[in-house]
Design a protein around this ligand. Structure first.
Ligand SMILES: *Cc1c(COP(=O)(O)O)cnc(C)c1O
Length: 226
């Protein structure tokens, strides 16, 4: 079995190769290690290998893990899973980033629950780029209204967009996301993140302009459930 450290090193090579092929700089793409369902000792191994950004999808599980890893003071937690409105307090209190905001109601609750903390919550808006196949994500038509809402939330900081293109999605889906990202950046110059690409499609995502890839199984191994 290869080690977590080796897996991260090989993903970093894949990222830099994809960047080179796309005439991009390697440091334009951040690796988010998706540790959902995985135990804290594997997260610690990744941390020791230099990894700092971690993604989680399940609130109860992640809050327990975060509480056990507070000694890793510069670790950065990103929530990337579907959001139920009764979980927004725990998300706002435990995470630095949320990638999966797809409706005003959730943004409003996260903003309220973030009140009083030192830093605003970094937000990516999840866009349903592959249409009917996924129920999560705001439609392109409803995106401007959601952007406008989040921009006006005092305790949220709009960082960019997130997408989960369907399996074997055409390159066009990835490039359409990049166009939306550029348009958003034009309106809001401090937007810096296009969260797109997972273990199986990180090259296509980087080629299209992704700035953050969310990689789980290629680092931590296949998940047994979920
Ligand atoms: C699980 C998950 C990932 C990681 O998927 P892998 O295929 O294991 O790399 C990325 N993004 C989201 C939103 C996820 O839920």
């Amino acid at each position: 079995m290869t080690s977590i450290k080796d897996n991260i090193a090989s993903i970093e090579v894949q990222i830099s190769q994809a960047c080179k092929n796309a005439n991009r700089l390697t440091n334009e793409v951040i690796l988010l290690a998706v540790s959902k369902t995985k135990p804290i000792d594997l997260i610690e191994q990744a941390y020791l290998a230099g990894q700092r950004e971690f993604g989680e999808s399940y609130v109860q599980e992640s809050v327990e893990k975060i509480a056990k890893l507070t000694h890793l003071t510069d670790i950065c937690w990103h929530f990337i899973g579907p959001i139920q409105s009764n979980k927004t307090r725990q998300i706002a209190e435990n995470f630095s980033w949320v990638h999966s905001v797809d409706r005003i109601k959730i943004a409003k609750r996260l903003d309220g629950h973030r009140y009083g903390q030192d830093t605003p919550l970094s937000i990516c808006l999840q866009v349903n780029i592959s249409g009917e196949t996924s129920k999560s994500g705001v439609t392109i038509e409803q995106l401007p209204e959601l952007i406008n809402f989040v921009e006006n939330c005092e305790n949220l900081k709009l960082r960019g967009l997130m997408a989960i293109p369907e399996k074997n999605a055409p390159a066009q889906a990835f490039s359409q996301m990049y166009k939306l990202f550029l348009a958003l950046q034009e309106q809001h110059p401090d937007v810096d993140t296009l969260s797109m690409g997972m273990s199986a499609d990180l090259e296509a995502a980087i080629t299209a302009g992704s700035t953050m890839v969310r990689v789980g199984s290629a680092i931590f191994g296949q998940r047994e459930y979920k």
